[in-house]
Design a protein around this ligand. Structure first.
Ligand code: 5GP
Ligand code: ZN
Length: 111
């Protein structure tokens, strides 16, 4: 838990969110400002800034498993979806707590 981290606050239920999945190691909730019909953020509970700080490969594998499960539950697994993690300044990472965007439900642009 890092002070002033919005996603740590969501994890601690200090800020409400629409959760679609939760277990001991991660949560997933709807993005507050969706850019696609399905826009879910998958967030590990441990506070690491981005991929460069993550050293737990088991957690990374688990994140990918949960992403696939959510895609199935949301009915976007067959038609396709995008997984994005913005890593650092040039990527425009706004929230400095590692998270993966799941985007789907429409034909996505090249960017
Ligand atoms: P980034 O640019 O860091 O990859 O994306 C951060 C994402 O977090 C953005 O898509 C933004 O809409 C989302 N976001 C920021 N604050 C909140 C919040 O308080 N609740 C939820 N559900 N999403 C948030
Ligand atoms: Zn955090």
């Amino acid at each position: 838990m890092k002070e002033d981290c919005i996603f740590c606050k969501i994890i601690n239920n200090e800020i409400p969110s629409t959760k679609v999945y939760e277990d001991d190691t991660l949560i997933a909730f709807n993005d507050i400002n969706p850019i696609a019909p399905v826009h879910i953020l998958v967030v590990p509970k441990v506070h690491v800034e981005n991929l460069m700080e993550l050293e737990d490969n088991e957690l990374l594998v688990h994140i990918v498993e949960v992403i696939k499960q959510i895609a199935k539950e949301q009915g976007i697994d067959k038609e396709g979806f995008r997984v994005v993690t913005n890593n650092g300044e040039n990527a425009g990472q706004e929230v400095k707590h590692l998270h993966f965007h799941i985007l789907g439900g429409k034909k996505l642009g090249v960017n």
